[in-house]
Every structure is written in C-alpha cells, then in structure tokens.
Design a protein around this ligand. Structure first.
Ligand SMILES: [Zn+2]
Ligand SMILES: [Zn+2]
Length: 102
C-alpha cells in the first residue's frame, strides 16, 4: 500500500490508495467493476433477472418484479461488521433506507 494517494484511473476524479490490477481505482469504481464482472442472478421467488445496486458500498441484487433484495453471505457479514464496528445503527438505517429508495 503506497503512502500517497493517486487519482483513480477509471473515473479520474477520486483520489485513492486502493488499487485494482495494479491501477489506482477508487472504491466506487471497484464496486462498479465487480458489478460488471458478476453474473446477473435470477430471483428465487419469481425467476426474474435481478439488477445489481450499490447500497452503502455493498452490492445488492434487486428483483424488479417482486422488489425483493438479496445479499450474498459475504455481503451480509460485511453489513454486520459495519454495524458492529460503528456501534450504532446509523449504517443499518442508511442501508435499509437505501434499499427502499434504490
Ligand atoms: Zn473512480
Ligand atoms: Zn422476484
């Protein structure tokens, strides 16, 4: 990890120490890359193809038909850790608000 922040090569606006494949990439752009690379999921309820949304830096699959939101196990842990580490429910509240709006 470098000491100095570099401009994100993908959006050219954010400064970041984060790197993806050796190129400075901000967290937002890294998430977008992940979304592009993940395969679209199919809703277990109605079989619709789900859309990926970023809510509080977590990728969530949203079904356009039943409005259900689905999290991977790892994403759920990420959410739990964030709530535990902040020691308050602001993150969870923000996340749930994001789900309703998204
Ligand atoms: Zn960026
Ligand atoms: Zn559905």
């Amino acid at each position: 990890m470098g000491l100095f922040k570099s401009k994100c090569v993908r959006c050219g606006t954010e400064s970041t120490r984060n790197k993806v494949e050796g190129l400075p990439t901000c967290q937002g752009c890294e998430l977008k890359l992940q979304i592009e690379r993940e395969e679209a999921r199919v809703c277990p309820v109605d079989g619709s193809q789900m859309q990926k949304k970023i809510i509080c830096n977590v990728i969530v699959d949203k079904c356009p038909t039943c409005n259900g939101h689905w999290l991977d196990e790892g994403e759920l842990l990420l959410l739990q850790n964030a709530v535990n580490s902040t020691g308050n429910n602001d993150f969870a509240t923000g996340f749930i608000a994001g789900m309703i709006i998204a």
